[in-house]
Design a protein around this ligand. Sequence first.
Ligand code: NDP
Length: 255
Amino acid sequence: MRARDGVYRPRADLLAGRVVLVTGAGDGIGRTAALAYAEHGANVVLLGRTRTKLEAVFDAIEAGTDTRPVVVPADLLHVGEEAADSLVAAIRGEYGRLDGVLHNAGALGPRNPIAHYPVQAWLDVMQVNVNAAFTLTRAVLPLLDVADDASIVFTSSGVGRTGRAYWGAYAASKFATEGLVQVLADEVAEAGRIRVNSLNPGGTRTAMRAAAYPGEDPETLPEPSAHMGLYLYLMGPDSRGVNGRQFDAATWRSA
Ligand code: NDP
């Protein structure tokens, strides 16, 4: 709940007993969110591309919490229906439930004008940022549908809300993500068991941001931990009934 000063302070056991899937959990914002979810009691399914990074997150969670994380190495570039179904079977087998998904993994792709944008790079960015998120979501919906209070959070971007030159497939993929959020949120609204929202973290000190803005001083940017109030709020029961909305980490505190 929000305190009188407007700052959200999640309960220590906010996510106790819940199971949350985080994509791109090995680094950047996803790593920090996975740790924050575990610190608040969730058993976290750590999906990502680089096994060693995921194992380091796993070790940190095991050392710091009593929760039971699992590592799922998977390159979203190659995740289709079969892999998504296997993931669901694995989650069902391990925990028998799923309460939330943070679609966080993202590919930046090249920064080129559309006229010179490499076609394969376009397809790859759309696959990682949109198609894989759709495929995973479609596969996990039956599990989420039997949870008491399930949340799906999709990660957007400023250029997913207003297009900007040279952001190519990345911007288009984030617009598509916003569209997916709106369609799905409308579909689940009546039953009210699942909520679906989009979250724009805004400029954040990560490897992706450094790749996008090589001349920028990272010290001028917030660290991923600065956004965890919003990441926890959307994943936990305090956001029950909040559906189909766009959130911005930069302005949320005062919202
Ligand atoms: P990072 O590049 O720091 O981390 C992204 C994570 O996603 C990494 O763990 C990476 O794995 C994983 N990943 C990338 N591609 C794949 C793939 N094909 N399969 C599986 N995992 C993959 O990015 P951020 O933390 O900065 O970004 C997180 C999200 O926030 C993204 O969706 C991004 O678009 C969004 N965002 C970020 C902003 C920022 O300023 N940082 C601003 C606006 C939006 P690995 O470590 O193995 O490469």
